[in-house]
Design a protein around this ligand. Sequence first.
Ligand SMILES: [Zn+2]
Length: 234
Amino acid sequence: MSEAEARPVKTRYDVTLPFGIGVPAWPGEPMPVITRLADMDKGDDCTVTRLDFAVHYATHLDAPLHFVKGGGDVAGLALDVLMGPCQLVRIDNEIDAIGPEAFEIAPGCTRLLVKTRNSALWDDPAHAFHRDFTAFTPEGAQWLVDRGIRLVGIDYLSVQRFYDSEPATHRILLGAGVIAVEGLDLRAVEPGEYHLTCLPLRLVGADGSPCRVVLDGPASTRQKDRRQDTSEQP
Ligand SMILES: [Zn+2]
């Protein structure tokens, strides 16, 4: 067996929503406006795009400053938290409010992504904003904090349910320094352990930022078996 064949092949998933194709904005926030300051199609020397958008649009993260007065900004978020091992769990389609003990958190897990019925909404990325999405209750948020979670990601535009009268879920998570990643497209990803890369812009003074989110692994069962088969070899 050649070296290339023996090496476990990992799968890479880009779980970022495309920006600029009509993904719904949060009610009350504007859709992004994308214009051209210069355009080669119009005879200019080069093409330069201007982007005008709210920072909580599409796939993005929330920094503490979003709900904590005087809280940290996006530029101050720890790269150590934004990249590293993460656990992806699947929430049953019947569940629309994720409370404590809704699933098993693996020992030592600090980065957690939840795949819910929300992901199916991205079959039509330009759908009208869906208010009845699945998200965490305040008690569920406190459970994550108590379990040592430092980053939590969800597959719709908020970690908190739309109709909650108080932003308690956000305050609990961001108040504890947990990074909330919102607007993930997890349709193609199965539950398991992955390596997360979640990189926002280095926006000074900003409470949120769009980010590119990529998951690596796990190897497929067949590839895992193959790795075991070759583990004895030098
Ligand atoms: Zn947000």
